[in-house]
Design a binder for this molecule. Sequence first.
Ligand code: ADP
Ligand code: MG
Length: 304
Amino acid sequence: MNNITVKVENIYKSYGDVEAIKDISFTVNNSEIFGLIGPDGSGKSTIFRIITTLLLADKGNVNLLGFDVIKDYKKIRNMIGYMPGRFSLYQDLSVIENLNFFATVFGTTVDENYDLIKDIYLQIEPFKNRLAGKLSGGMKQKLALSCALIHKPEILVLDEPTTGVDAVSRKEFWEMLRKLKEKNITILVSTPYMDEASLCDRVALIQNGEFLNIDTPDNIIQQFNKKLWSIKTDNMYELRNDLKNYEYTETSFAFGQMLHYTDKRKNVEKTEIEKFLSSKEHSNIKINMIKPNIEDCFMDFMTK
Ligand code: ADP
Ligand code: MG
């Protein structure tokens, strides 16, 4: 048997006039953490609903561990744990009641599979009688993950699990995913946060229902083969306008307190950009050549 756990071939899906995904293909290997990274409306949830058998593609095939999402949907539902973006928990049930409910649906018990969720569940156990609706975002997320794991799935599908969760809980969540990977679970996870790309083994960058690239985060960054500048002046508003209208600007976008900039001239020097900004009467001009991050690569692919 080969190492491929998830095989998606040429899937399409439209909702009326909206083409949500266009000819998407990819594979995910056993115990890989595979990330779908893209903005709102790019098609992430549509792909996950098709993989989890909840939605039928208009065209294409999806195969999980040798089973077909259409023919073998019952089998597949037992093999996967799915954490949808929102409302996966019953807000009016307590922590322990939610967990028991999900275990029962899959014909198992919390005790039977406690080992797999133990590390995660112990963090929310002190609140086991609290209603799910009254938990913090980080705790809800841990409970939802416990519920998705309670039937020992081989594949986890997590749709934006860290959206709207504080930075500490986000970090803890990714650590939990690393541990689950070590337990041989294959993980598909989507996120709008570009900085989470580096926590995946491989990522697909998605925009308007199409993949811009699929690779390891390192390889994606390696492919960025031009000079990238971070620019700051006293007047960021004017800086943005001036760069927008500059004949040599290739890309320019806000990143934190800076602008990230690429130039159409292959070997442009810092002094040339500086000269232009001085001519526009900018003061305190700070220009540095920097290493690209995934977001820079995303912007770069989008302009191609
Ligand atoms: P993401 O999860 O990346 O935000 P979605 O897969 O939810 O993206 O959406 C992809 C596109 O399909 C968007 O343009 C969205 O508005 C549209 N869409 C999603 N679900 C539906 C639906 N049930 N009916 C109509 N359009 C939809
Ligand atoms: Mg979504």
